[in-house]
Design a protein. Structure first.
Length: 245
């Protein structure tokens, strides 16, 4: 039996190498160990609603559905074009709600810097490190958007008595999201948040600063997911931290 398993693995490895070399594409395991761990944590903590802050066109929501999550998703995206695509991607999913505003530290209007690649758009100004590592992250225009505190919309979103997972991917604006969620955080069970070793945006909190703030709120870092790195130097710039109470 062991010899059969060894030969089978060897054959599959040869097929993978042949495919990779002839197509330029790579066969990888799905879900990866990293994604399998994320969904295992979500199941273990009985998460039944995910707040997808910084949704862009719905990449995270689509991924979490592919991983088998069947609970409620509420996605927040302020940019008009990205929100239009997000709405289309979420259509037909009765448990996936979309909101056309940003989550931050106040209620009102603000201006967002829109990047060429869309996903690097931010309410903050970028730093040279960002565009040196990813030229497509350069800002190309601005847009006036709506911004709201999570505390201001928590009740109307029907989040009371839910097991909440808060995903924050706001390109350096994570601190402001947390500042506007002082009361809401008391009801949150898990957080996935972008954390910078080397900030790409002005005013961004560092990895250690975010970790301390969440520790002080009763959350512990339980896992780290790979993130943005400088493709020229190999230097890791950002990761996603997974925190739970």
């Amino acid at each position: 039996m062991n010899n059969f398993i060894y030969k089978n693995k060897s054959f599959l490895l040869k097929v993978k190498r042949f495919f990779n070399s002839t197509t330029g594409l790579e066969i990888t395991k799905y879900p990866t160990d990293e994604l399998a761990r994320r969904i295992a944590l979500i199941k273990h903590h009985q998460i039944d609603v995910i707040l997808d802050i910084g949704a862009n066109i719905g990449q995270f929501g689509g991924e979490i559905r592919n991983l088998g999550y069947k609970g409620e998703i509420i996605s927040f995206e302020p940019m008009k074009e990205a929100f239009h695509k997000l709405s289309k991607n979420a259509s037909g999913d009765s448990k996936w709600k979309t909101c056309n505003y940003s989550i931050g530290e106040r209620d009102g209007e603000t201006t967002i810097n829109i990047s060429k690649n869309s996903v690097s758009s931010s309410l903050l100004e970028n730093l040279p490190q960002l565009t040196e590592s990813a030229p497509e992250a350069a800002f190309v225009e601005k847009e006036v958007i709506q911004i709201k505190k999570l505390d201001s919309v928590f009740e109307e979103l029907g989040l009371a008595h839910k097991n909440i997972y808060l995903k924050i991917d706001t390109q350096g604006y994570e601190e402001m999201v947390l500042l506007g969620a002082e009361e809401s955080l008391k009801s949150v069970k898990g957080i996935q948040i972008e954390m910078s070793f080397i900030p790409s945006y002005k005013g961004t909190l560092t990895f250690e600063e975010i970790k301390k703030r969440l520790n002080d709120k009763g959350f512990q870092l339980v896992a780290i997911e790979n993130g943005f790195y400088d493709k020229k130097t190999g230097m890791q710039l950002e990761v996603d931290g997974l925190f739970y109470r």
